[in-house]
Design a protein around this ligand. Structure first.
Ligand code: FAD
Ligand code: UDP
Length: 376
């Protein structure tokens, strides 16, 4: 399909997010001539950080890099230095503060217990109300940490986040939160964790170094002319949009952020505070400067702060797609789109929108590296 020598690029990559940037980097390293396009005005997709008053603001939600994958961890070190940030959110329940995830600090504050044995006994006493296998999130939560913690730290937050009662939600959602009878308040069970010094945007720019990248270009608006320029396409946009939603739109769970610059050095003393009561309309507040310990690039204290209130919202077509919905209806619809995608010649579908899959950053990098290995 040389087409009279018109095709200037070996590979056109649609999307300058993590999947696109990693694939582009690998393709260039393999000697390919690559073009990257993105419809947004910036690179980095959802991990984009924007600098405001020296603070790297996570525009599309807080992103904390964590992984057990040594290969991926080594890979990202090539593009950024990672700091020692460890996620330890605080829960605010009507002004009472608790340590997260559930650990000895939490149990001490909740019940006054001092030893792990006392905490375990308290939980065991409260979980007795659940007989048999937990059937939903409420039963699962009570069976993990007891009713008191469920009522104060789980129920309100979960119902705001998912827009549904805990009894109508699947049990597995809560299972990924650690419960520890130690004073370890690291939110993630991961070997490696940190934030790229200087922001994620710079890390992605480093991945894309020396690669032609055009912004503010919607591939689907001029698909024919873009396709004519390259032998192969890597598409990381929404799979249903690629096929003009002909089988119906895939649904997403959405979030909305209200971001404010405040003329004070310290608003809440932590990167993340979860509001776990039902009355506060937001689910959490992120104070971005604490991802980099409140310092600028020269190690100086930053005088101002930027916070983002995060609200969970119902997704409507046209909204920013955030989390794929893993239910039967959407799973089936995705499988049908996937069958169409498999027939598409010379197009690779990748990333969280191209594969309609909730990927953490390390997983999307791993997936792009595997994909590059298979196709380059
Ligand atoms: P994206 O970053 O979405 O990139 C796709 C790109 O394609 C976008 O830039 C888009 O503009 C572009 N595009 C789409 N359609 C077109 C088109 N027609 N033409 C041109 N360009 C197009 N992961 C973690 O590991 N830790 C976290 O703490 C974490 N927090 C998260 C918080 C939130 C709120 C969300 C939503 C996700 C979070 N993630 C986190 C997951 C992380 O964001 C993803 O793993 C990662 O960003 C996926 O990269 P991607 O390249 O697949 O997709
Ligand atoms: N969760 C909770 N209280 C909290 C934090 C989390 O009840 O303070 C519950 C909530 O149901 C959430 C689940 O634990 O959906 C998983 O939490 P995680 O932070 O992994 O959720 P994410 O924001 O990544 O969806």
């Amino acid at each position: 399909m040389e087409n009279g020598g018109m095709r200037m690029y070996d590979i056109l990559i649609v999307g300058a997010g993590l999947f696109g940037a990693v694939f582009a980097h690998e393709a260039k390293a393999a000697g390919k001539n690559v073009l990257v396009v993105d419809k947004r005005s910036h690179v980095a997709g959802n991990v984009y950080t924007k600098e405001i008053e020296g603070i790297h603001v996570h525009e599309y939600g807080a992103h904390i890099f964590h992984t057990n994958n040594r290969q991926v961890w080594d890979y990202v070190q090539r593009f950024a230095e990672f700091n020692r940030f460890t996620n330890s959110p605080v829960a605010n329940y009507r002004g009472e503060l608790y340590s997260l995830p559930f650990n000895m600090y939490t149990f001490n504050k909740m019940w006054g217990v001092v030893t792990p044995e006392e905490a375990a006994a308290k939980i065991a006493g409260q979980r007795k109300e659940i007989k048999g296998e937990p059937k939903n999130l409420e039963e699962q939560a009570i069976s993990l940490v007891g009713r008191d913690i469920y009522e104060k730290l789980i129920k309100g937050y979960t119902e705001k986040q998912w827009g549904r009662a805990c009894r109508d939600l699947p049990a597995f959602i809560i299972k990924r939160l650690p419960v520890r009878l130690t004073f370890d308040n690291n939110y993630f069970n991961a070997l490696y964790q940190g934030i790229p010094v200087g922001g994620y945007t710079r890390m992605v720019e480093n991945m894309l170094e020396g690669i032609e990248t055009r912004l503010n270009e919607d591939y689907l608006e001029n698909k024919g002319s873009w396709d004519a320029q390259a032998r192969r396409v890597v598409y990381t946009g929404p799979i249903d949009a690629y096929f003009q939603y002909r089988l119906g739109a895939l649904e997403y769970r959405s979030v909305r952020f209200e971001t404010e610059l405040l003329d004070m050095p310290n608003f809440q003393g932590n990167a993340a505070v979860n509001y776990t009561d039902r009355e506060t309309p937001w689910t959490r507040i992120i104070e971005h400067k604490w991802f980099e310990f409140g310092k600028d690039g020269q190690g100086r204290d930053l005088p101002k702060t930027v916070i983002s209130r995060e609200y969970s919202s119902e997704w409507q077509p046209g909204n920013e797609p955030y989390y794929p919905v893993n239910d039967e209806k959407n799973g089936k619809r995705y499988a049908e789109y996937k069958a169409l995608a498999d027939q598409e010649k010379n197009v690779i579908f990748g990333g969280r929108l191209g594969e309609y899959k909730y990927y953490d950053m390390d997983q999307v990098i791993d997936s792009a590296l595997q994909c590059a290995k298979r196709h380059l």
